[in-house]
Design a protein around this ligand. Structure first.
Ligand code: DGL
Length: 259
């Protein structure tokens, strides 16, 4: 291994590209392999064991390509498999993501924070621990959105159907004033604009991508693994789906202008 060895970044599908975007902004000279497991997406309604096995398979595939570190750019996979994978590969830097509840609560003291994530993320111990830490500083409402990653997987980032789907969930809040929203699934930042509009652009929205990118950089520095080359880095796109359109969509989502 040398410092030019790539970093592996994985997700159940396209979502992790929202994390990859932040990582390459911070470290444009590193080389990356992005693996989207779209064939098996969504992970969010699966059992913990199933999510672990799928995540572990993807990590093994990236290790076969000799990655120097792994980013689990999926809240669901991080919650269900992060700890076990660190035990399985104690030498490998494994960076996991978690819902950005901390910044949301700090920025909305005494307010109401809505956490949007998958069923699996919200049921796992990792989230229960996070919630326990912050529950006295704001009202925290958990809301799973099964079906939302599928919109992103087909590149449908705004449509009447998407708005109707989201309204079906948000109407359950019955007009309750929401101060902050946590996008606790890496697919959701691709529909951030629509979510914000459905709350009349009056909510603060948080996600864990930039924090995960900074955490990766810290870990690489501490292990002396940073690529010091001045050459722009490369991204190798991999996807478990046989549909060649998934790689095309991956690149499109990577380059998309989001506000
Ligand atoms: N992108 C994944 C996450 O961050 C979830 C999507 C899925 O259900 O596969 O949780």
């Amino acid at each position: 291994m040398n410092s030019e060895t790539p970093i592996g970044i994985m997700d159940s599908g396209m979502g992790g590209i929202s994390v990859l975007r932040e990582i390459t902004k911070l470290m444009p000279n590193e080389n990356y392999i992005f693996y989207g497991d779209s064939k098996n997406a969504p992970y969010g309604s699966r059992s913990t064991q199933e999510i672990y096995e799928l995540t572990s398979d993807v990590v093994d595939k990236m290790l076969d390509r000799g990655v120097k570190a792994v980013v689990i750019a999926c809240n669901t996979a991080s919650s269900a498999a992060g700890k076990r994978l660190r035990e399985k590969y104690p030498q490998l830097p494994i960076i996991a993501i978690e819902p950005a509840l901390k910044p949301a609560v700090i920025n909305c003291p005494g307010g109401t924070v809505l956490v949007l994530a998958t069923e699996a993320t919200l049921r796992e111990q990792k989230f229960a621990t996070l919630m326990e830490t912050w529950k006295d500083r704001a009202e925290i409402i958990k809301m799973p959105l099964p079906g939302l990653p599928e919109f992103v997987e087909r590149g449908e980032l705004d449509s009447p159907e998407l708005r109707e789907f989201l309204m079906g969930y948000f109407s359950k809040l019955e007009g309750k004033k929401i101060d902050g929203i946590v996008l606790g699934c890496t697919h959701y930042p691709f529909v951030r604009k629509v979510i914000s509009e459905l709350f009349d652009n009056k909510v603060k929205i948080f996600d864990g991508a930039a924090g995960t990118a900074r955490q990766l950089r810290r870990r690489l520095y501490s292990r002396n693994m940073i690529n010091t080359s001045m050459k722009p880095g490369t991204i190798t796109w991999l996807n478990s789906s046989d549909d060649p359109k998934m790689i095309e969509l991956s690149k499109k989502l990577y380059n998309l202008k989001l506000d």
